[in-house]
Ligand binder design. Structure first.
Ligand SMILES: [Zn+2]
Length: 180
């Protein structure tokens, strides 16, 4: 075999490799262009006919006008409404505003007067400090033992009249101050 022939065979082999690599790349890019699962948002009208199942979640966001805080609660579909359509669920919660249906979750919102449940009043009663909710003073959150005789008179008077705490951190700091 002479050198020319060897180079010729080599060149042909190399071209074939190049063509194969090119074809492979084309095939690969074609695969990538194929659409993945559609994640289009369900529109308001479309969602009405969707049916709930045991995995459907109901998420309610409550906004408290008194403090501006919001909290979100999630729950399953009420028994008796399993398998119902989204529109049936909307009718069931007519007092809430329907926001959207997404990822098998039905979102509602509502607003309430007053403050959320993270606002407290501390009050001294005998040897105890009771912590109640500003929004519902009958609801006792906690009670702590303390020694009134160890407190400066001004503090004791404030505690007897009631001290307001507007967050959990504020409450914790006050309890720390008065009980340690
Ligand atoms: Zn609040």
């Amino acid at each position: 075999m002479d050198t020319k022939k060897i180079i010729g065979v080599f060149a042909v082999a190399l071209s074939i490799v190049f063509i194969l690599v090119g074809l492979f790349k084309m095939a690969a890019s074609k695969n990538q262009q194929q659409p993945i699962a559609q994640t289009k948002a369900v529109t308001y009208e479309e969602s009405d006919n969707m049916l709930c199942d045991k995995n459907t979640i109901i998420c309610v966001t409550t906004r408290y006008d008194g403090c501006g805080h919001t909290d979100a609660r999630t729950a399953g579909v009420p028994t008796g409404l399993a398998g119902a359509s989204v529109s049936a669920i909307k009718a069931y919660y007519a007092d809430r505003d329907f926001e959207k249906y997404e990822n098998n979750t039905i979102y509602f919102s509502e607003s309430r007067a007053g403050k959320c449940s993270h606002h407290y009043i501390l009050r001294a009663r005998g040897n105890k400090i009771s912590v109640v909710y500003q929004q519902n003073e009958a609801g006792v959150k906690d009670e702590y033992n303390f020694s009134p005789e160890h407190l400066p008179e001004g503090d004791l008077e404030r505690l007897q009249n009631g001290i307001y705490a507007e967050s959990d951190q504020e409450l914790a700091a006050l309890i720390e101050d008065f009980t340690s």
